[in-house]
Design a protein around this ligand. Structure first.
Ligand SMILES: [Zn+2]
Length: 580
């Protein structure tokens, strides 16, 4: 609902659905659902909690998070100014409110997002708070209920906000392993990194009537495809029709429905978790054998001294150079005996993802990577390396197969992002990415990821939750493309070079933030000038990183992998480790 004239706004609201002028008190009594047309207005987190939980049962989890600006982000405004304004406008410290409560007498841990706070964006603090809520659910052996409302990952925290998709997902994986129910309630709107992680990798997914959910937003899809979108695209009913949600629920029925679901889960007595809790938490000392903590100086690059640092925008252009070696090139030059495996076994074989069995210096591995191309025809045939849901599900199948065969997984990441098309949305792009991310946090075999060119947001992370993350010297890895970031925050696509600098997307910067463990230096000017030398260096780096992982027991491997991603939460708060 948007307010009418400022003088009247406390008394009257205009319905966004039918434009009726409604008395606010009457609207509130009707749970902010228009009595004329049934449109569900957006709710802030405090009001949502008031509607959902039993009166007097809510026990808020502490916020306790200092302000953080981990990459010193500035667009037209410094990020701390935007945070301060969001806090003043909402009265909330962050874009999520968390606590424990009962719903119809059934206990649950709840995390409720608030879209009014910077578009409900997922930053380090939000990821940390939801993760703590999930850990509280695990400790108390109660179900977890997430109410989502978000535009996606928070651009102002760069790749660190992208990492939160993995952090929260592994907390959900912990609840799965412990046999505890997880439920997400999609409210309007739920998009991007939130849709492609904890909004869709829970056991049950409910959509509130009128909610829209998707991986890519309608504006982006229209821009990319140049087509008008089908009627009702990405709405709750669309999601139900395409098998992506369990049910669509009217707001007035939501509490009763949740209560019934929690009651069903309450009948089973879950066993203790089979996988050990992820201790110690990131605030404490890191254990032996781990990569450097975020904020420490990055691991030194192997090989020769580094040439002068390039401008971030120049690096973006090199990362996208059509001559840059592709995954199939590396399969030919770095690996031996590649046997490609096709298909997701559900109806498709995505050409933007290739994978199969190969050997690395005589050792069997599973290699999965995005495939672009060198010519326009190749790029078109491979959808520019933008994976469809079938591509993500093929990758998932191969990861699981590798785990069963005891083979390490090597992923080669080079994608502008996951496919932002109509068909991808119809086939559950968000859930496909979310399931890959969650599965990688549980995979009982070594996983080594290399960002070889473009590491574009959730589509990249779907192959990059790994024990070790390497990055070619002139690759980039980012929560959003510089053009996309510029269009939203400046707002002017021509500000892409500034956005590229602000996002801290280069290998040295990401190494400094702990997102990347090691830089693989490129020869002379860049990889495309000497693919053979690049291949030799990549092979050496892969071997050096893989061999130490081979003897680590699977449970230890998984525990360390989770520690690696767990530390991107409030480990960041208060520290300012931007690449400088
Ligand atoms: Zn209405």
């Amino acid at each position: 609902m948007t307010a009418t004239a400022p003088r009247e706004e406390r008394l009257w609201s205009r319905c966004a659905g039918c434009s009726s002028l409604l008395y606010r008190k009457r609207l509130r009594r009707n749970l902010d659902v228009c009595p004329e047309c049934g449109a569900h207005a957006r709710l802030g987190a405090p009001e949502r909690l008031r509607q959902l939980v039993d009166p007097g049962s809510l026990c808020l989890l502490p916020d306790l998070l200092p302000a953080t600006d981990p990459i010193d982000f500035v667009d037209v405004l410094p990020y701390p100014h935007r945070l301060t304004a969001a806090r003043a406008a909402t009265g909330l410290p962050e874009a999520v409110v968390c606590g424990t409560a009962t719903i119809g007498g059934h206990p649950a841990a709840l995390a409720v997002m608030d879209f009014r706070f910077l578009g409900g964006s997922l930053g380090c603090a939000v990821g940390e708070l939801i993760t703590r809520t999930a850990e509280r659910a695990l400790d108390d052996r109660i179900p977890l209920v997430l109410v989502t409302a978000s535009g996606g990952a928070r651009m102002q925290e760069g790749a660190l906000s992208l990492m939160q998709m993995a952090t929260v997902s592994q907390a959900i994986a912990g609840l799965r392993e412990a046999g505890l129910l997880t439920v997400s309630v999609l409210t309007d709107p739920t998009y991007g990194g939130v849709a492609a992680s904890f909004a869709t990798n829970t056991d049950l997914v409910l959509a509130e009537s009128g909610a829209r959910m998707g991986f890519a937003g309608p504006r982006v899809i229209r821009q990319v495809t140049g087509r008008e979108l089908p009627e009702g695209f990405q709405t709750a009913d669309f999601l139900l029709r395409h098998g992506q949600v369990d049910m669509v629920v009217q707001r007035r029925s939501l509490r009763g429905r949740l209560s019934a679901l929690l009651a069903a889960a309450g009948h089973c007595r879950p066993s203790r978790p089979s996988v050990p809790r992820q201790e110690p938490s990131p605030y404490r000392e890191r254990g032996e054998g781990q990569a450097p903590a975020a904020g420490e100086a990055g691991a030194p690059a192997v090989g020769e001294p580094q040439p002068a640092v390039r401008d971030a925008w120049d690096t973006v252009r090199i990362a996208r150079h059509p001559g840059r070696p592709t995954t199939l090139d590396y399969l030919d030059s770095v690996f031996d005996g590649f046997v490609e495996l096709h298909g997701d076994r559900l109806g498709g074989d995505c050409p933007a993802v290739v994978g199969g069995l190969a050997k690395l210096a005589g050792r069997h591995v599973m290699v999965i990577g995005h495939q672009k191309g060198h010519t326009t025809a190749e790029l078109v045939a491979r959808n520019f390396g933008m994976a469809s849901p079938a591509g993500h599900r093929k990758a998932l199948r191969l990861m699981r197969l590798a785990a069963r065969l005891g083979l390490p997984v090597v992923t080669l990441v080079d994608t502008p992002g996951a496919d932002p098309g109509v068909s991808a949305e119809e086939h559950g792009q968000a859930a496909a990415i979310a399931e890959n991310i969650l599965t990688l946090t549980t995979l009982p075999t070594p996983v080594l990821a290399v960002i070889t060119g473009e590491g574009g947001s959730g589509g990249a992370l779907a192959l990059a939750v790994a024990d070790r993350v390497l990055m070619l010297q002139h690759a980039v890895y980012s929560v959003i493309s510089p053009e996309g970031c510029a269009a939203i925050l400046w707002p002017d696509r021509r500000a892409a070079p500034q956005a590229a600098r602000a996002l801290r997307l280069t290998a040295p910067e990401l190494c400094g933030l702990g997102v990347v463990d090691e830089i693989v230096p490129e020869p002379a000017s860049a990889a495309h000038d000497d693919p053979a030398e690049t291949a030799d260096r990549l092979r050496a780096a892969l071997l050096a990183n893989l061999l130490p992982l081979l003897d680590v027991p699977p449970a230890t491997l998984v525990r360390r992998r989770r520690q690696r991603f767990r530390r991107f939460g409030t480990a960041r708060a208060g520290t300012r480790a931007g690449a400088r």
